[in-house]
Design a binder for this molecule. Structure first.
Ligand code: MN
Length: 186
């Protein structure tokens, strides 16, 4: 079981929040990605990749695009436990990230070159194939250091058969893949 950084636990009061405390694997396909839609102080999407036994995490304010011409900002944030890929619920008022979370999409990922996901992540250049229900095909996630900020990455759809400039699933496919609810219905 991989060690989880202290930052995740330090930000949360597990007596109040329903979020998971520990790492666990569950019965999902691995390695996995998950995209969670989250209405906190800002409305955003959280993109997480299973790397080194934890969920490496980015806030993607606009969500993941299916248009290869569109580069979207992804802001690196603290690692989350693997069990967070199952989390859907409401984080109470006063807690870190207070607000509703749905599992917007989830599935397996695999590297698209001969490096491991660990090597890609360490190099700041991740090229993966997604097998989600809404998001599939190739993407790159590149550490861009926009404005000198090391946490700023950019995610772009590769121009493959799954690319579709008109699909826009963030707007047209808002339902949780677990409960069928939108984030507003939770
Ligand atoms: Mn979030």
């Amino acid at each position: 079981m991989a060690r989880l950084s202290a930052e995740y636990e330090e930000k949360r009061d597990f007596g109040s929040t329903p979020e998971p405390r520990r790492n666990g694997r569950g019965d999902l396909q691995h390695p996995l990605f998950v995209v969670q839609e989250h209405v906190a102080s800002t409305h955003h999407f959280d993109l997480r990749f299973e790397i080194d036994g934890v969920l490496k995490s980015w806030v993607v304010p606009k969500g993941v695009s299916t248009d290869p011409r569109e580069r979207r900002l992804a802001i690196h944030t603290e690692d989350h436990p693997l069990s967070y890929a199952q989390f859907e619920g409401v984080i109470p008022e006063g807690e870190y990230g207070a607000g509703a979370v749905i599992v917007w999409d989830r599935g397996a990922i695999r590297p698209l070159d001969d490096r491991t996901l660990h090597e890609q992540y360490q190099a700041g250049h991740v090229t993966v194939w997604f097998e989600g229900e809404k998001i599939y095909g190739g993407y790159t996630l590149v550490q861009a250091k926009v404005g000198g900020n090391e946490d700023h990455w950019l995610i772009t759809k590769l121009d493959d058969d799954a690319a579709d400039a008109r699909r826009d699933p963030v707007s047209t496919e808002p339902h949780s893949i677990i409960s069928g609810k939108t984030v507003g219905e939770l």
